[in-house]
Each structure stands twice: as C-alpha cells, then as structure tokens.
Write a protein that binds this ligand. Structure first.
Ligand code: GLN
Length: 201
C-alpha cells in the first residue's frame, strides 16, 4: 500500500493525516529520519515556515528531506509547506532556509498583514472532471507564487478581488504546492489528486 508521510514537527498534522486516510493511502506522522525512510511521499503542512526549517534542522530531517526530494520523492506542500518547497522566497526572516526543489519564488505573508485570513472559491481547469465544481480554499497568512520557472504548471489563480490573478497552486512533476490549507475544509480532492500522482509512479 502507498504510504504518505506528514511532516509532524509543526503545523496542521492531524488534519492532513485524516485527509490522506480518507483517500485510501496509509498516512504516517514523520518526526525522525527512520520514519521518512518508510514513506513513498510527503506532505509538508501549513504552520510557520520559520519554525519549521529550524525544527527540521534540529530533528535531523532537513538534509534527508532534501535528499529524498532530489531523488524524486513526491511532495505536497501547503501554505508554510509551499514556502519550504520553494527554491526562492521573499519576505523571509534573515537566514531562513527552505528545502527547495520547486523552481518558483514564493512571497511570504503576501496577501498583506491586514488580511490575516480569507476564503475563496478556486478553479482548477487542468485537473479534470473531478474539479468541475469550485474548490473552496482557506488562506491563513498565506504566501503566493511570484515567479514560476520553466516547466512549472500553474494550477490555480485567485479569481477576483485585489489579489485577482495571483498564483496559489502549482505543480512541477512530482511536487505540488498550494498557498491555502486543503486539509481544513473536508474537500479531499487535492489529497486524492496527490495520492493518484504517487500511486501512478
Ligand atoms: N505565514 C506562514 C509562514 O510564513 C505560513 C502560514 C500558514 O502556513 N498558514 O510560514
């Protein structure tokens, strides 16, 4: 059976584990290198990217994660997890490291301090019939994607309002990232999409 791990040192871990279980994969909380070795893929949850990279360093998961990503492990990064996957970030704290692997530039807290959180209906035009109806997304101090490298597919942008056109979901090969929290609304379509990606390898 396909096993997908959730980086479990910080962030919305339980919700992601539940969503993964609901789409029929084995879900494992990953806190140590030995647990990372047991998984086929990883979810990097939302939380606080500045804390996340420090914890990944102190629990000796940073380098093993980087190596697995370089070796082609699929990863789904959500919110702070998207920041962790980005090759380049703006608005980070001094010395903030990312795992990298995804050729994008991500701006932290991009939607502005006054807008701590908001919700929006998104479309995923390239993801097929399962995505015919809008995807309701929750954004919390969310980043957006400011630059996409060659080969990076833009999956969704904000439809309206001051942030219209901003990129909030991308995929490059085995790496998937969203600005929002797909684990918070009970809509498991993106976890299902990621599980299919992993199963198809
Ligand atoms: N603003 C957070 C960060 O920079 C991300 C917020 C979130 O994951 N909800 O890490």
């Amino acid at each position: 059976m396909t096993t997908i791990g959730v980086f479990a040192l910080q962030g919305n871990v339980r919700e992601h584990l539940a969503m993964l279980t609901s789409v029929g994969v084995e879900a494992l909380a990953v806190r140590r290198p030995a647990e990372l070795e047991r998984v086929d893929a990883m979810v990097l949850p939302g939380g606080e990217s500045t804390t996340m990279y420090k914890l990944a360093r102190s629990f000796e998961l940073f380098e093993p994660l980087q190596k697995r990503i370089a070796d082609g492990m699929p990863v789904f990064g959500t919110c702070a997890g998207m920041i962790m996957l980005a090759d380049e970030i703006t608005g980070g704290i001094s010395g903030q490291e990312t795992l990298g692997g995804l050729d994008v530039t991500v701006r932290r807290n991009a939607f502005g301090r006054q807008v701590d959180s908001f919700e929006a209906d998104l479309e995923f035009p390239d993801l097929g019939p399962g995505f015919d109806t809008p995807y309701h997304a929750v954004f919390i101090r969310a980043p957006w994607v400011e630059r996409v490298g060659p080969g990076v597919q833009v999956l969704s942008t904000v439809r309206s309002g001051p942030a219209a056109g901003r990129i909030v979901a991308v995929r490059h090969d085995r790496l998937l990232a969203t600005s929002f929290h797909p684990e918070m609304t009970g809509d498991a379509r993106l976890h299902g999409y990621f599980a299919e990606l992993v199963r198809g390898l």
